[in-house]
Design a protein around this ligand. Structure first.
Ligand code: ATP
Ligand code: MG
Length: 263
């Protein structure tokens, strides 16, 4: 089943909070190794979608399938075990631990081993951790405490941690938030390179349209909880409904002239 099945299939995903329809009947899929952007204005329902894909919140209705297997009501731990990486955990880890140790923790939990992390970290975790650090161009940072890292480096570390799970799908909710424009482009180039090398599907949200249009093979547009457009970056950019939403916010640009995004 996992051979040719899309890495992610979503059908009729729905979630309300009181009277607010955060997500309404959203359906889409992500092919194996495909890089897809989920865009939309503030409050469109992007994060709510991610939280349902990841098992963090249960949908009111709809199904989620990973590589053909239903994960709709699975908790985050199970979804993660099925090969879904998510980038956001680093800020929650120990800033006194070194860069390598952070990766080792992630590798250890992937391998379901329990041991004293500070005294008896096995060699396999050290080798694999260093390989992952090399992958995100951070080989020279292994022994530094995380608390000393610049924000952009922390983001790359976060990516390495997500990769420790050997994911088939990466869910990235605004992975470049808070970064300078140059850093954003560099981080997403790194993500795209690794995703292609390892056939990892990527679903990401991003407010910077430069980043979206450079990297997404396909773009999904959410507005007020509903999917209003879907297609190649070029076709989405031409879509009148999308233009109406984005032009008002100054987010869309034409002919390479960037109008700026929030952040
Ligand atoms: N826990 C919650 N309780 C009540 N309302 C919520 C909750 N989470 C989200 N919402 C509402 O659901 C809608 C969608 O929010 P969501 O955070 O998913 O949007 P978003 O597209 O991620 O926005 P942003 O671009 O600002 O991150 C918003 O109207 C939001 O206020
Ligand atoms: Mg959000």
């Amino acid at each position: 089943m996992s051979g040719t099945a899309p890495v992610l299939e979503v059908e009729g995903l729905t979630k309300s909070y009181g009277g607010v329809h955060a997500v309404r009947g959203v359906s889409f899929s992500v092919a194996q190794g495909e890089i897809v952007a989920l865009i939309g204005p503030n409050g469109a329902g992007k994060t709510t979608c991610f939280n349902m894909l990841n098992g963090q919140i249960p949908p009111d209705a709809g199904r989620v399938r990973l590589l053909g297997e239903d994960t709709t009501d699975c908790p985050p731990r199970v979804v993660w075990r099925r090969g879904v990486g998510r980038t956001f955990q680093i800020t929650a880890t120990f800033s006194t631990m070194t860069v390598r140790e952070n990766i080792q923790v992630a590798l250890a939990s992937h391998a379901s081993r329990t041991f004293n992390l500070w005294r008896s970290m096995p060699d396999f975790a050290r080798r694999d951790a260093d390989a992952l650090l090399g992958l995100v161009d951070m080989a020279g940072y292994a022994d530094r405490p995380c608390g000393e890292l610049a924000y952009g480096d922390l983001k790359r570390l976060e990516l390495a941690v997500a990769l420790a799970n050997n994911p088939r799908l990466l869910l990235m909710d605004e992975p470049t938030a808070g970064m300078a424009p140059k850093e954003r482009v560099a981080l997403m180039r790194l993500v795209a390179r690794i995703a292609r090398e390892r056939t990892i599907g990527v679903l990401f949200t991003e407010h910077d349209m430069d980043v979206v249009f450079e990297h997404a093979e396909r773009v999904l547009v959410l507005n007020r909880g509903q999917l209003i457009a879907e297609g190649t970056p070029a076709s989405v950019r031409r879509d009148p409904q999308v233009r109406a939403i984005y032009l008002g916010e100054g987010l869309l640009y034409e002919g390479g002239q960037h109008e700026g995004a929030n952040g």
